[in-house]
Design a binder for this molecule. Structure first.
Ligand code: C2E
Ligand code: MG
Ligand code: MG
Length: 721
């Protein structure tokens, strides 16, 4: 602590200095010249000043006046040392800011006590001043920080492109930042600051939800308010916004204020909507896809179960011969066609109906407000009528009918899948009857489909296990000598429960189920094995008999190939390898049907040529039943023509109609083929055919198809021992 003593009398100075030492506050600073003292004080700011009143240059009062006139010294305690009885002086001194008086002669104890008081006063004043300064400092710092954080928030809000809002719940006023308003297409000074101005712009379908979300948050139901809704932009369009905020409550728990941000999420929302749309629509036609259709159908099914009456139907559509369009004109044309086709179909429907693309050329329609079967068949007729005009695709005129399976809704259906399954069954039925037909599902069809499904499962197992499928052999004879020249291998299925199943009952299933390829492999393998077996048992032609029964010519085996087998290149290669592996290739004959020739003529001709190069002979089966144009036939390397038994059946006792048979036989000869008559059942047919020049015959008249061992016996009968 610094104490300053000012007295012109050095003796007094000494005395006071001495007394001050009792305060134990360190050495005082002394001055005999008050002006010097003032100058020093202004620079150093003492803790207390003791000043004499009576001084020659300037007296104590003048010193006081000047001292207090200096800003830095306004608070420093000054004690004036006066002689007794100078009342006026004391009053003046007080007016000028003296803090206390000490009278001469001074009492040491009183002096120390007064001086201590003064010092303490000064110290607390200083502490106060320090505190005030510190406070001022803190306020300034806090203000700076606040400004900074405000700037930071403003910057962040601007950077995130979010708007800010602040809702005073007590005055019911809302502050909306310029960005908030800009989102809606308004300037900063537009839009009133009432919440109503905001809520009025919220979409009518959303506003109730938003209110209840705000309410829920205020009631403490959620930590933050988070609400997405639509708002009307100045342009009249709806934008999607996301509001996030938090409520502020007073100590009593009453919500007083709510503030937060506002983000324009329209772009994100549109992208989401687009994604959602894509997930439920077909990209090519823009129609609902399978997922959406199943959803709508599922709803119709549930509705029907609740109401116990059905008012809808499902149509399963398959465009006839679409594959032909795709294969002949290319996929681009196929796509174009599907687009135009679906537009035309849509035009025949009512807005409440749903047309969906289920995949490929398969479509479904959900018909609403359909009560009677006639309602849905009328729709099917409308559909096919709309499709009678040709489509012009890639400069080509196309006719495309559609096959339709219809299933009527009913409260007994438990799921959309069940209905679709039945419509599909009806569709298969419709297709079986030919192109451009429709069929309404009946329960009996379901049973047929079930049985078919069961057969398919069994067949799969049979193909896998391999011991249920066997080949039977039916002899083919020369009609002039009745000698056996070969056999046709005919597949039989020894079903564990059903007994012997004929190919007509399971080959179509095998074709649909993709089982025809392994079955075809089996047939060719088994026929080759049978040929090799005969080769060991019999000697043929010029080869030495070495004790074996001898035959003039070796018998051949004809196997049937289905059109489907030609679609699998690996399978055909396998077939070629097998033919190549035979020690006498010419003894494997391949029976194909007319429809194969129609399918992909160029490719098929090429394949057949390859097979022929390897020695196999090729016959055309069931001739006359297909739709092959006669002008085609000569393009294929065919050796044998098999007249279908329907024509052979025309040769009857009495009134024979042999004109067609004769024509077919001479056509075969004209094309350089041998002719085999199928289904020869009577001697009359046998001889009539022989007389018409038909070389060979096959039928119950000669023999039914028989197991391999029996066929061997038949050869044995003709052999020379
Ligand atoms: P398909 O090739 O025309 O075979 C002749 C069918 O006529 C055989 O029927 C045979 O049993 C029958 N048949 C023979 N003679 C007579 C007769 O005098 N009167 C009558 N009414 N019918 C006679 P199956 O064995 O039931 O075979 C039916 C069809 O199944 C065959 O017709 C053939 O297209 C197909 N098939 C048979 N085996 C195979 C095979 O291994 N693979 C393929 N893909 N199809 C086969
Ligand atoms: Mg055949
Ligand atoms: Mg045949």
């Amino acid at each position: 602590m610094r104490i300053v003593i000012v007295d012109d009398d050095p003796a007094n100075l000494f005395l006071i200095q001495h007394m001050v030492q009792g305060l134990e506050e360190g050495d005082p600073v002394t001055f005999t010249h008050p002006v010097e003292a003032l100058a020093w004080c202004e620079q150093n700011v003492p803790d207390m000043v003791l000043v004499d009143y009576m001084m020659p240059e300037i007296d104590g009062l003048e010193f006081l006046r000047r001292f207090r006139g200096l800003d830095a010294l306004a608070d420093v305690p000054i004690v004036m040392i006066t002689s007794a009885g100078t009342r006026d002086v004391r009053q003046k001194a007080l007016e000028l800011g003296a803090s206390d008086f000490i009278s001469k002669p001074m009492d040491r104890a009183e002096f120390v006590a007064r001086a201590r008081n003064m010092l303490a006063l000064g110290a607390s004043r200083r502490a106060l001043a320090d505190r005030a300064a510190w406070l001022a400092d803190e306020v300034e710092k806090a203000t700076a920080e606040l400004r900074q954080s405000e700037e930071r928030y403003a910057l962040a809000a601007r950077g995130s492109n979010d708007g800010l809002w602040d809702w005073n719940l007590e005055t019911d006023e809302i502050y909306l930042s310029p960005r908030c308003k800009a989102m809606l297409g308004y300037a900063e000074d537009e839009l009133s600051s009432t919440p109503a101005a905001w809520f009025d712009r919220i979409h009518p379908e959303d506003v109730e939800r938003v209110r209840s979300e705000i309410h829920g948050h205020c009631e403490g139901g959620s930590e933050f308010l988070q609400s997405e809704y639509r708002m009307k932009h100045r342009s009249g369009e709806w934008i999607h916004v996301l509001s996030r905020g938090v409520v502020v409550c007073d100590p009593g728990g009453k919500a007083t204020r709510m503030a937060g941000s506002q983000t324009d999420v329209t772009d994100r929302k549109r992208a989401e909507e687009q994604m959602l749309h894509d997930a439920f629509h077909d990209a090519l036609t823009g129609l609902p896809n399978r997922a959406l259709f199943m959803d709508r159908l599922g709803q119709a099914v549930q509705r029907t179960r609740r109401r116990r009456t059905a008012t809808f139907a499902v149509m399963f559509l398959d465009i006839d011969r679409f594959k032909l369009i795709n294969d002949s004109l290319g996929h681009k044309a196929g796509d174009d066609f599907l687009k135009v086709w679906s537009e035309r179909v849509t035009a025949t429907l009512r807005p409440s109906d749903t047309l969906a693309r289920m995949g490929g050329d398969v479509f479904c329609i959900l018909l609403e407000d359909v009560v009677q079967i006639s309602d849905s068949t009328a729709a099917a007729k409308r559909l096919n009528a709309a499709l009678t005009d040709p489509f012009t695709i890639a400069g080509t005129e196309l006719y495309a009918t559609v096959s339709v399976g219809i299933a009527m809704g009913s409260p007994t259906y438990k799921s959309a899948e069940d209905l679709l399954r039945d419509a599909d069954v009806a569709l298969h039925q419709a297709k079986a009857g030919g192109a451009g037909r429709f069929q309404v599902f009946e329960q009996a069809m379901h049973e047929g489909a079930l049985e078919r499904f069961e057969l398919e499962t069994d067949l799969r197992r049979a193909v896998h296990k391999g011991n249920e499928l066997v080949l039977y052999y039916q002899p083919i004879v020369r009609l002039d000598t009745l000698a056996i020249v070969g056999f046709e291998a005919l597949l039989r299925w020894r079903h564990p429960r059903r007994g012997l199943v004929l190919p007509g009952d399971f080959i179509p299933i095998a074709e649909d189920a993709g089982l025809i390829v392994p079955i075809g492999d089996f047939v060719v393998r088994e026929a080759s094995r049978q040929l090799e077996d005969w080769d060991e048992k019999f000697a043929y032609g010029d080869t030495p008999a070495d004790g074996r029964p001898h035959l003039q010519t070796a018998p051949y085996i004809a196997v049937n190939l289905s059109t489907r087998q030609f679609r699998d290149p690996a399978h055909i290669q396998n077939l070629l390898d097998r033919i190549g592996g035979l020690h006498d290739n010419r003894r494997l004959q391949l029976e194909i049907t007319e429809s194969l020739l129609m399918d992909k003529p160029e490719q098929v001709a090429e394949l057949l040529r390859k097979m022929k190069e390897m020695g196999a002979r090729i016959s055309i089966d069931d001739f006359g039943t297909g739709y092959s144009s006669l002008s085609y036939l000569h393009r294929f390397p065919i050796d044998i023509l098999k007249v279908d038994r329907a024509f052979v059946g025309l040769i009857v006792e009495g009134d024979s109609n042999i004109g067609i048979v004769r024509a077919i036989i001479s056509l075969g000869h004209e094309l350089g083929m041998n002719v085999v008559a199928e289904g020869v059942e009577t001697s009359r047919q046998c001889y009539a055919l022989r007389d018409l020049g038909c070389e060979f015959g096959q039928g119950y008249y000669f023999s039914h198809p028989v197991p391999g061992a029996d066929a061997t016996e038949l050869i044995m009968l003709a052999a020379v021992r």
